[in-house]
Design a binder for this molecule. Structure first.
Ligand code: ZN
Length: 465
C-alpha cells in the first residue's frame, strides 16, 4: 500500500512538472527550476527515485564544468549511449529534477539510459548521495574574489562529504590542484587522476596568492616544481609530504599552442594519443584531460578517445585580431552562454593587462531575450579583475550588461557605458597600453556594426582569422 502511494506521488509530481515545462515553453521562458521545485514540493524524495532510473555521472568544480561536460558527452556518444544532460544554469536540485523529469515518458519511464549532470559545488554534498553517481569528475577549485577567506576550504569539504557517501563511485580528479587531489586521499573509491606533465607549460615565478597556497593537511606553504596556472601544478608539502599524486592521464607534450587551440600529446599507462584541440586556453587542456580520463573509465579505446577530443567543436565564436599601431584589437563573437563562458575562460589565460568591452544587442539575429546573460559565468571575471584595465558596456542592452557585471562583483566605478561604437573603439584603444590587447565581445548584430566602423576607420579588408 505504501509502495503504491509512493508511486502515485511520483507520477503526480512527474505530471505536474511536465505540465509546468510545457507551459513555460509556451511562454518562451527558459525557466528550468520551477518544474523541479513543484515536483520536489509534491514528492520530496523524487530525486532519489529519479536517480534510480538512470546511470548517473556528476561533474562539479569551480571552472570548466560546462566544457568538460560537453567533452564527456562526446565520449559517451562515441560509445553510443543515450544521454540526458542538464543546462549549465540548472545545476541545483530543482534544475536537475526538471532535467531528469524531462527525460521521462508521460508514464514515468526513462527515455535515456544515462544522465550527465553538471552540479553546483555547494550543492554537491546533498546531491551526490541522492543521485548515487557511478562516476564523479571534479575539475578544480578556485577562489572567487567574492568568497571570504576560508570559504574555498568549506566548498572542498562539502564535496568531500558528498564523496564520502558514495564509496562505489569512480572519482576523476585534477592531480595538479592540491585541493581537488586531496579528495582522493584516503577515499575507498577508485580514483583516476589527470594533470599536466612536469614543466610542460612552465609559468615562471608565478606567485600563488590564495588559500590554496597552503597545505590542506598541515597549513605549510607548498613547494612547486612546476606551475601551469593559478595554484595548479606539481606541488609538494615540505612538512607533511602531501604531494601531487601520480596521474593516469597526463598531458605529456604541447606541440602547438595559440589563442584558438592546441595540439597536445596525452599519455598514461593505458593511453598514448596526439590530438588537436579546437579549444583555446590552458584551462581547456585540463578539461580535455578530464574528458580523456572519463573515456578510459568508460572503456573507450585510444582511437575513440582521440576522435571524441578532436571532433569536439568549441562553442567559441569567431575571433578576429587586428593590429592597430602597437596595440591589438580582438573581436570575439558571443552568442550563447556556453560560448561566452569559453571566451571568458580564454581571457582568463591572458597574462598581460587588457581592456574588455561588451557590446550586447537584442535584435532578432542576436536573440531578443537577453536573460541568457544570467546563465553566463561572469563571476570568473573577478579572477582576472586586476588584469582588466576597465570594463566597457555598449550596444542596445548596455544597461543590462552593466547590471549583470555589477552582480558578478565588478565595482561600478570600473564599468564605463559607451553606446556610440566609434567612441567605444577610440576610448577603449586609448586605455589599452602598448603591446596590450583591447578585447571586444559583441553579439552578432553588434559585431556587424563594429566591423563596419573598423573597416572604415582602419581601412581593413575582411579580417577573419
Ligand atoms: Zn602538509
Amino acid at each position: 500500500m505504501k509502495q503504491r502511494f509512493k508511486l502515485l506521488r511520483f507520477w503526480a509530481a512527474v505530471i505536474t512538472a511536465k505540465c509546468a515545462i510545457v507551459i513555460l515553453r509556451l511562454f518562451k521562458s527558459g525557466g528550468t527550476s520551477l518544474p523541479g521545485k513543484l515536483a520536489l514540493k509534491l514528492y520530496p524524495q523524487i530525486l532519489d527515485h529519479l536517480a534510480g532510473l538512470f546511470r548517473v555521472t556528476m561533474i562539479t568544480g569551480t571552472n570548466g564544468k560546462t566544457t568538460t561536460s560537453r567533452i564527456v558527452l562526446s565520449m559517451m556518444e562515441q560509445k553510443g549511449l543515450k544521454v540526458i544532460t542538464n543546462k549549465s544554469g540548472a545545476n541545483l536540485s530543482s534544475g536537475i529534477t526538471t532535467t531528469l523529469i524531462s527525460a521521462l515518458t508521460l508514464g514515468g519511464r526513462p527515455r535515456f539510459s544515462h544522465a550527465l549532470l553538471e552540479t553546483d559545488e555547494a550543492a554537491f554534498r546533498t546531491l551526490a548521495p541522492r543521485l548515487k553517481p557511478e562516476t564523479v569528475i571534479v575539475t578544480n577549485f578556485f577562489r572567487d574574489q567574492l568568497d571570504r577567506y576560508g570559504e574555498l576550504h568549506t566548498t572542498v569539504n562539502n564535496v568531500r562529504e558528498g564523496i564520502s557517501r558514495i564509496p562505489d563511485a569512480v572519482l576523476i580528479l585534477n592531480a595538479d590542484d592540491s585541493l581537488c587531489a586531496s579528495l582522493g586521499r584516503n577515499a575507498p573509491n577508485k580514483v583516476i587522476y589527470f594533470g599536466m606533465g612536469e614543466g610542460i607549460y612552465p609559468e615562471s615565478g608565478a606567485s600563488i596568492n590564495s588559500d590554496a597556497a597552503f597545505c590542506i593537511q598541515c597549513k605549510s606553504r607548498y613547494e612547486y616544481s612546476s606551475v601551469t596556472f593559478g595554484h595548479l601544478g606539481h606541488f609538494r608539502c615540505p612538512s607533511c609530504g602531501y604531494e601531487r599524486p601520480h596521474t593516469h592521464v597526463e598531458c605529456s607534450g604541447i606541440l602547438f599552442y595559440d589563442s584558438l587551440g592546441s595540439h597536445v600529446e596525452i599519455s598514461g599507462p593505458d593511453l598514448r594519443i596526439s590530438v588537436k584541440l579546437a579549444l583555446p586556453g590552458l584551462y581547456n587542456i585540463y578539461n580535455a584531460l578530464a574528458g580523456a580520463s572519463f573515456g578510459l573509465a568508460l572503456g573507450l579505446d585510444e582511437k575513440a578517445i582521440a576522435a571524441a577530443l578532436s571532433g569536439f567543436e568549441c562553442g567559441f565564436g569567431r575571433m578576429e585580431t587586428i593590429a592597430i599601431q602597437d596595440k591589438e584589437l580582438k573581436m570575439i563573437l558571443v552568442k550563447n552562454p556556453t560560448g561566452f563562458n569559453q571566451v571568458l575562460r580564454y581571457l582568463l589565460t591572458q597574462e598581460k593587462p587588457f581592456v574588455l568591452a561588451f557590446a550586447i544587442n537584442d535584435r532578432l539575429a542576436d536573440g531578443t531575450d537577453i536573460s541568457w546573460l544570467w546563465d553566463v559565468d561572469f563571476e570568473v571575471l573577478a579572477l582576472m579583475a586586476e588584469r582588466v584595465r576597465n570594463f566597457y558596456v555598449s550596444g542596445i542592452r548596455a544597461e543590462d550588461m552593466a547590471v549583470r557585471l555589477k552582480y558578478a562583483g565588478i565595482s561600478t566605478d570600473r564599468i564605463r557605458m559607451e553606446k556610440d561604437y566609434r567612441q567605444l573603439i577610440t576610448r577603449a584603444l586609448q586605455e589599452t597600453g602598448a603591446g596590450e590587447t583591447c578585447c571586444i565581445l559583441p553579439t552578432y548584430t553588434a559585431m556587424l556594426d563594429i566591423r563596419r566602423i573598423l573597416k572604415k576607420q582602419f581601412g581593413l579588408k575582411e579580417f577573419w582569422k
